[in-house]
Design a protein around this ligand. Structure first.
Ligand SMILES: [Zn+2]
Length: 261
């Protein structure tokens, strides 16, 4: 059964979408969609802000902001981004140190967002928190040893190589090796180059290439090596635009640090 309510007799107000703040529209010729991602810990993982108050009985989740930062960092290392979030020494070259603006923003800032003065750009990807997952917990002690080699004082991005941790037992709560999480990344209106770069920086898989990420606390000591997969992925494959990034010396170095088998 249904009833009727009369149509309004008021004048319908219309105005251009382009004038709306925060409007979202899908442009047909661009890439929009979502990746459902599976994350697996190759070494124990700790996100201090999320894990500090948990007990052995609690489930764990990984914050979307941490996942986003991890993928953004890879995109920067690949040479697609400015050094907006580069901290400390060595200073990046001027072309990377110059901040992005509304008029001139690098690929990474366009895709992941940036703030410049009063201007704030939200970006074109959204990383959700992982679903809560029951994980086996392990606990480690803080270690300042083991930085060895660390790249301090040398030129370039600081990258944490994959390695197995050698840490004493302690109080830092970690999701144990083998822990699995699921999360979602939405992307909107990416062009072909942006799409390929984000998809590669997220999965670190392309052709023969198969690498791991580093996430969270005590990365230098071996914590936080994680694999990201997109099972049942029906999205477009990474296009030829990625090859330029994969041919660089930066990528060759990065690859050497992130092989995991
Ligand atoms: Zn930038």
């Amino acid at each position: 059964m249904s009833e009727r309510v009369r149509f309004t007799s008021e004048l319908l107000e219309r105005r251009p979408c382009a004038d709306e703040a925060g409007q979202e529209r899908r442009v047909k010729s661009r890439y929009s969609g979502a990746w459902i991602c599976a994350l697996e810990a190759l070494t124990p993982v700790c996100i201090q802000s999320a894990f500090a108050k948990l007990t052995d009985k609690d489930k764990a989740f990984l914050p979307g902001s941490s996942l986003r930062g991890m993928v953004r960092n890879v995109a920067e290392v690949l040479g697609a981004g400015c050094a907006e979030f580069h901290e400390g020494r060595p200073e990046p070259p001027e072309i990377l140190a110059t901040p992005c603006t509304e008029e001139a923003a690098c690929l990474v800032c366009r895709v992941f967002g940036f703030v410049h003065g009063d201007y704030s750009w939200a970006g074109e990807v959204r990383f959700h928190d992982t679903l809560s997952a029951a994980v086996p917990w392990v606990k480690f002690g803080l270690s300042r040893a083991g930085f060895g080699g660390g790249g301090d004082g040398e030129e370039g991005w600081r990258v944490f190589p994959h390695r197995l941790p050698k840490l004493p037992e302690g109080r830092i709560r970690c999701a144990a090796t083998g822990s699995k999480f699921q999360f979602r990344v939405d992307y909107l209106n990416l062009d072909a180059e942006e799409y390929g770069l984000v998809k590669f920086a997220l999965t670190l898989q392309h052709g023969e290439i198969d690498l791991c990420h580093k996430l969270g606390y005590q990365k230098a000591q071996g914590l936080g090596s994680v694999l990201i997969r997109t099972p049942n992925d029906k999205s477009a494959p990474i296009g030829p635009d990625i090859e330029r990034y994969l041919a660089t010396r930066s990528f060759a170095e990065f690859q050497g640090y992130r092989r995991y088998r």
